[in-house]
Write a protein that binds this ligand. Sequence first.
Ligand SMILES: [Zn+2]
Length: 211
Amino acid sequence: MKKKRFFYIILAFITFSCVLYCVQWKEDIEKRINIRTQLEKQDAGIYAHILLKEMEYFPVCPDNTKKVDYYFENGYGTGRTYGGERKHEGIDIMSSVNKPRCLKIRSVSDGIVEKKGWLELGGYRLGIRSKSGIYYYYAHLDQYKDGIEQGQHIDAGEVIGYMGNTGYGPEVTKGQFDVHLHFGIYVDKGDSEVSLNPYYLLEYLSDKQIN
Ligand SMILES: [Zn+2]
């Protein structure tokens, strides 16, 4: 009798695990389809598969002490005025604590450091190009991780710098806005490099990081 009860408990557990797995699998597929749909709006559906394959990490490392959090919204394409009228070509990932260096930044994918240094708009920035040719842009860093150099190979998930508020002026300008990471994705479209909206990919990676 006891054996029978044990068998049913095991069976129930296996059934429950299978159902849970199927629900998560279905949710994952739906999120991936949504990413493709959103990219298609930018005429960039063909990049969905590559981006989902090579983007392995959310660009902000979670704080192990749980004291600092991050948040972001879909601010792609909104207006910007510094440096002339322009559209926001990325997503701003804000820190819950407005203090430079409070969160670490990591590379979303494998790649080569193509650009490092100051930009008036981006402050201390890094541009990392993956093997597939996609360019990942990280801006407003407070500082780079020691040893990061142009031409260097970076692994997905490797720490590359620290979140900051640099930019909007000559080199070392800080504090013109709140501490955040500006993250952008650029793809080659024939004669020009165009930005894609990273919002849905970031949402996907962030959810995956929590779960
Ligand atoms: Zn931005």
